[in-house]
Design a protein around this ligand. Sequence first.
Ligand code: HEM
Length: 150
Amino acid sequence: MVFCWLLCGVATWPTAHNALVVEESFKRIAAHADLITERFYAKVFDAAPEVRQLFPDDMRVQRNKIIELFAFIVNNLDKPDELKQRLVGLGQRHQTYGVHKVHFFVVRAALLETLRECEEIRLTPAERQEWDHLFCFMAAGMGVNLPSFS
Ligand code: HEM
């Protein structure tokens, strides 16, 4: 199986322009964080019901954590060492949660669909493309391409 994040140019991402687009659009996303994270996880669980049991029943804490993580990444795109450290640790923990490579396809699709459908934030196609690149960049940083990540 070919993994998207090998193909989407993550090696050269982000340029200063990419970072600016993501930072600006994140302000709109963060303003509707509750709505977006709720819809996002609903899509993940619809597409892959088997992963529901990996998460706690009450998703409120998790929804906050993922927004905080995105805020950290988006605000530190010019600090590769800090990003690397954070993403490597995140990837290692995900293996202990029972997450597999294939789940990243589900999560990527859920994220892109949520952003596309969200009338409240009205991301442009160019902005959504940067979010796709951001997702691939993060997945790669989490070590999803490594053979050790099953
Ligand atoms: C770029 C992709 C992803 C990001 C940024 C992300 C982010 C996070 C964050 C910030 C946490 C909080 C705990 C921690 O820091 O370790 C977390 C937990 C978790 N994530 Fe992810 N995640 C991603 C992909 C996935 C995928 C593909 C799955 C598979 C369904 C998944 C399942 C989980 C589970 C099961 C937990 C633990 C929940 C708990 O026990 O409280 N994540 N994730």
